[in-house]
Design a protein around this ligand. Sequence first.
Ligand SMILES: [Fe+2]
Ligand SMILES: [Fe+2]
Length: 288
Amino acid sequence: MHMATTPQPSGSPLQKLDDWDAFLEGRYKEGKAQSEFRQYDAQANPGVAEFYRLNHEKQTLDYVLAKEKEYFGLHRGQKNIWEAADYLNTLVDDSDPDTDLTQIEHLLQTSEAVRGDGHPEWMIVTAFVHDLGKVLCLYGEPQWGVVGDTFPVGCAWSDQIVFCEYFKGNPDANVPEYQSEYGIYKPACGLENVHMSFGHDGYIAEVLKSYLPDEALYMLRFHSFYAWHRHSAYAHLMNRKDERMLGWVRKFNPYDLYSKGHTKPDVKQLKPYYEDLFAKFFPDQIAW
Ligand SMILES: [Fe+2]
Ligand SMILES: [Fe+2]
């Protein structure tokens, strides 16, 4: 029997990374009234609330710049897509093997849903790879530095960011330059020129930026930027390209949110199709 009460080491308030995904799904459940929101947040999800407290307090501009320097040069070795997925699959957290899906099963569920709706091949590939950046956990990054809603750093935080009250504990709150509307940025500078809180989204976009179209890269880079794609915040930083791309990010989001059923995809049967598909987009080895 699965026990859900295992005490977690401090700094790992989520039992497993997927708890954050489940929280998102609940947050954006259709037909839910705004008033149910906060209640769902704080009381029913103390682990999630603690996770966001850590995330919001620790994702400073300096932290983000240091992590970008550490990871965006892609010095973590070569792997193809399937090898990266197998590697991510070694991520074992406190999950229930009877009901929980493995990481690869999660990826395939998302990509198969996209494929089932007749979307182009680049979008099927994008759906498969969108969470591969969670390998950051296997590099030793903390939960709050891998998953969670993302947001710009170096400028004022939007009140549309979930649990935004926790930003008062972020050292950047005391830097007036970072607290103005534009902060270190120029009006309409474009979201690709903004430093986002560090996590699996930005990392996978950097790994794959030479191989996929802009629409795909926006889906990867901004898929957890709910304040933007769901709540329309940060319009003052958007350029024309962001305006064109927003629709694609929104098109992808339901697949990310709602494709997590409990039917296990047949990994062995699907693998040949995906290997052929990856060969159309990626070289044999990719720098991570
Ligand atoms: Fe994700
Ligand atoms: Fe996802």
